[in-house]
Design a protein around this ligand. Structure first.
Ligand SMILES: Cc1cc2nc3c(=O)[nH]c(=O)nc-3n(C[C@H](O)[C@H](O)[C@H](O)COP(=O)(O)OP(=O)(O)OC[C@H]3O[C@@H](n4cnc5c(N)ncnc54)[C@H](O)[C@@H]3O)c2cc1C
Length: 417
């Protein structure tokens, strides 16, 4: 694999940057693989990378129906944090944050992870009680989170309006300083480059149309738009399309797929130093390195596979943002888009095996899976390689819907960006 370094940059500059090699190959699919990962988003790519890197399983293909990172990975607002309420969630998401902290070095690719702090605003007495409970629970789990008064919140983020004369006044905030954002497509590209260098085949424009099973019921391969491929292990990592894929193996999933949308403004000079989230009024704001304000909205009220989202959801979010940060009233919005998020009843992900031998699933990240990308891929690769869960993903298998051991981040946070 070519290495990115200051020296290499200088040396290639002398040649006019003409001889950089492609970041990953475009191989033809082989007849058979040890493991097939369906879905070339961040989670699928990370899974393949860790299968090859940590478990020595290199005869792996990632099958992606479009282009890598073209799903939710390339559509999200990139908020990364680990201040979830329950012990199981804190362990999973903080495992991810620890991997984020070394990811650019690990992949030799700048994923632009920026720990600028994520501040979650409280607007009501209920918010205050809930967030303080989060702060205490997080500290017990070794996850940083601190309570700020409204004045301290404004000090941390000066453009914030903390006037009490608003519809939803800011009455305090929970701040995770280690939290932040990363560059979404760089994450996909970095993992793709790393996985490819270890021998993983990344096959784009290859839609899986059926999952094959043998007489015992175990998986034996997939049918795709580029032919049939044999395998004894399949990892389905297809976010909003997971129910469709799993129905190919006759597995019914506890998932609903909703459109979730985001929008960006025209670029402006650096004015917004951190990430601000308001679950109560559904607004999520950060400023990209290009200067655009990156804004996340809530999910639509109805299930759908349309990658757009209702206009009234976006306008509701903008109403809230104009109240929270009045100077943004003068910003023009450049573009908006949607993704399809796969939502579980307890708003926690599903990571692990299924009733079908050889079939594994990684889904249910809903509105908040980007932040988990490295941790999710890391423990999912473990489960596929060893055939049993890692201690971190053990509570997140499908079994919890049978045993009733829900990890109810829905009640805890309402949304989970
Ligand atoms: C607008 C929006 C904002 C968000 N904001 C945040 C945020 O701020 N922070 C956060 O943590 N999370 C956020 N999320 C959620 C986050 O984006 C997802 O949880 C995460 O990116 C999921 O990654 P993935 O790799 O599982 O899925 P994806 O990136 O969606 O990848 C799945 C891939 O599967 C492919 N696929 C589907 N069907 C097939 C098939 N039949 N054959 C082959 N390939 C197939 C798709 O083309 C797709 O590329 C947001 C999501 C959206 C839509």
């Amino acid at each position: 694999m070519q290495k990115f370094s200051g020296f290499n940059l200088f040396a290639k500059a002398l040649g006019g940057h003409q001889d950089w090699q492609a970041q990953w190959r475009s191989p033809e699919p082989k007849a058979a693989y040890d493991v097939i990962i369906i879905g070339g988003g961040g989670h699928g790519l990370a899974t393949a990378y860790y299968l090859a890197k940590e478990h020595g399983i290199r005869n792996v293909a990632i099958l992606e129906k479009g282009w890598i990172g073209g799903g939710n990975t390339g559509r999200n607002t990139t908020i990364i944090r680990s201040n979830y309420l329950f012990d199981e969630s804190a362990a999973l998401y903080d495992h991810a944050v620890k991997l984020w902290e070394g990811l650019s070095q690990e992949l030799n690719y700048n994923v632009m992870f920026s720990q600028r702090g994520v501040m979650m605003l409280a607007h009501t007495v209920h918010d205050v009680q809930s967030f303080k409970r989060h702060v205490h629970a997080n500290r017990l789990n070794g996850v940083d989170n601190e309570w700020l008064t409204a004045e301290q919140a404004k000090e941390f983020c000066p453009p914030l309006n903390i006037s009490p004369n608003t519809r939803y006044p800011v009455v305090g905030a929970a701040l995770q300083r280690r939290a932040g954002v990363a560059r979404h497509d760089a994450v996909a590209w970095g993992y793709a480059r790393g996985a490819d260098a270890l021998g993983v085949d990344i096959i784009q424009n290859c839609e899986v149309t059926a999952i094959r099973r043998d007489a015992s019921g175990a998986v034996s391969g997939v049918e795709t738009t580029r032919g049939t491929i044999a395998t004894r292990k399949i990892g389905v990592v297809t976010a909003g399309s997971t129910s469709l894929l799993m129905s190919m193996a006759d597995v019914r999933m506890p998932l609903e797929s909703y459109p979730l949308q985001a929008l960006v403004s025209e670029p402006v000079k650096p004015v917004f130093p951190c990430v601000v989230m308001s679950n109560t009024i559904h607004a999520y704001i950060s400023q990209s390195d290009k200067g655009e304000m990156v804004i996340g909205a809530g999910t639509d009220a109805y299930v759908s596979y349309s990658q757009t989202g209702g206009l009234h959801i976006a306008t509701h979010t903008l109403d809230a943002i104009c109240e929270l940060v009045p100077m943004f009233r003068r910003l023009r919005m450049l573009r908006n888009w949607g993704g399809i998020v796969d939502v579980t009843p307890d708003r926690s992900p599903i990571l692990g095996g299924t009733p079908v031998p050889g079939l594994y699933v990684n889904c249910g990240w809903g509105t908040g899976g980007f932040k988990a990308t490295p941790g999710s891929g890391n423990v999912f690769a473990w489960h596929i390689a060893k055939g049993e869960p890692h201690r971190i993903n053990a509570p997140f298998t499908l079994d919890r819907f049978r045993d009733g051991l829900m990890i109810d981040e829905a009640a805890a946070a309402a949304v989970a960006h």
